[in-house]
Design a protein around this ligand. Structure first.
Ligand SMILES: O=C(O)[C@H](CCc1ccccc1)CC1(C(=O)N[C@@H](Cc2c[nH]c3ccccc23)C(=O)O)CCCC1
Ligand SMILES: [Zn+2]
Length: 311
């Protein structure tokens, strides 16, 4: 089938106008972005599907006859996946979640009344919210899309076991890159703020600057021993999240350099059963590799972990 890149338009979840990279064919347009380096290298693309509220993935590749797209959940899942691809490629030299230009597939309208999102091991899935006004379409937040795709990156690198401390590190690395990619100037480094209670401003799922605000610990002394949620992975992530926040807000440490340290730690030093102390050592080693043992980055990352009671 002849493929040609096209640019469509549509509105996102927050009713914002977006231009959309699509793929034209004889009958219309696919929600497929074929403009990325991965396409010319190995046919990799960004593709967005609908599950039609069933529990299926990927489901049906979305098409449109006139390249004007009217499904805001799909528009944002698609455009935001493209932004996440661009970030990893240009800032960190990683070619998609698998570093082999693997196609990024997103499925929206996953399940009924699903107020969550997830990484299935090969792709992203997004629910529509839980039927109340607690959630907007989950793909409507760039930090959520970045969070989910980073689960794919983690799985192909450190492969941190999704349980206990390694699971909390897995969660934290996703919150970190979700926020780095979203790149808001908000002082609180919030998670999911764009899709939680869309009618109430200022709330979020988690805060990296003040984890306690949402009941999560910000120091090792408050680590939560629980069997809930794979050993509290979305709660105890507050401790490494606060460590990263400390690091990235240290004067002289740039977001891009903090990202390089965190990515090098994930891809070169962390392993599946790493604990918080191993993450401290991995990020110190990564900062040493990148900036030297006497650098301000090494001092900052060491202090960042000490401040949360690790090391
Ligand atoms: O990727 C993840 O870590 C979350 C999905 C975790 C998951 C793992 C295994 C099977 C199913 C789901 C999804 C997100 C999350 O943090 N979910 C939290 C909070 C949450 C959202 N919706 C919920 C509904 C019920 C309970 C908790 C939640 C969680 O699953 O804990 C990430 C960014 C926003 C949504
Ligand atoms: Zn997660």
């Amino acid at each position: 089938v002849h493929h040609a890149a096209a640019v469509g338009k549509g509105k996102g979840v927050l009713n914002d106008n977006k231009s959309i990279n699509t793929d034209s064919y004889s009958g219309g347009y696919y929600l497929r972005d074929i403009t990325k380096p991965m396409y010319s290298q190995n046919g990799g693309a960004i593709e967005t599907y609908t599950a039609k509220n069933k529990m299926v993935s990927p489901g049906t590749l979305l098409t449109d006859s006139d390249n004007t797209w009217v499904d805001p959940a799909a528009v944002d899942a698609h455009v935001y996946a493209g932004k996440v691809y661009d970030y990893y490629y240009t800032k960190l030299g990683r070619n998609s979640f698998d570093d082999e230009g693997g196609t990024l597939k997103s499925t929206v309208h996953y399940r009924e009344n699903y107020g969550n999102a997830g990484w299935t091991g090969t792709q992203m899935v997004y629910g529509d919210g839980d039927g109340s006004d607690k959630y907007a379409y989950l793909s409507g937040a760039l930090d959520v899309v970045g969070h989910e795709i980073t689960h794919g990156v983690t799985e192909r690198t450190a492969d941190l076991v999704y349980e206990g401390q390694s699971g909390a590190l897995n969660e934290s690395w996703s919150d970190v890159f979700g926020n780095l990619i979203e790149n808001k100037s908000d002082p609180e480094w919030l998670c999911g703020e764009d899709i939680i209670t869309p009618n109430i401003p200022g709330d979020a799922l988690r805060s990296m600057s003040d984890p306690n605000k949402y009941g999560d610990p910000d120091h090792m002394r408050d680590y939560v021993d629980t069997t809930e949620d794979h050993g509290g992975v979305h709660t105890n992530s507050g401790i490494p999240n606060k460590a990263f926040y400390n690091f990235v807000t240290t004067s002289g440490v740039t977001r891009d350099n903090a990202a390089k340290v965190w990515y090098r730690a994930l891809s070169q030093y962390l392993t599946s059963n790493s604990k918080f102390i191993d993450a401290r050592n991995a990020t110190i080693q990564a900062a040493t590799d990148l900036f030297g043992e006497d650098s301000k980055e090494v001092t900052a990352v060491t202090n960042a972990w000490s401040n949360v009671g690790v090391g």
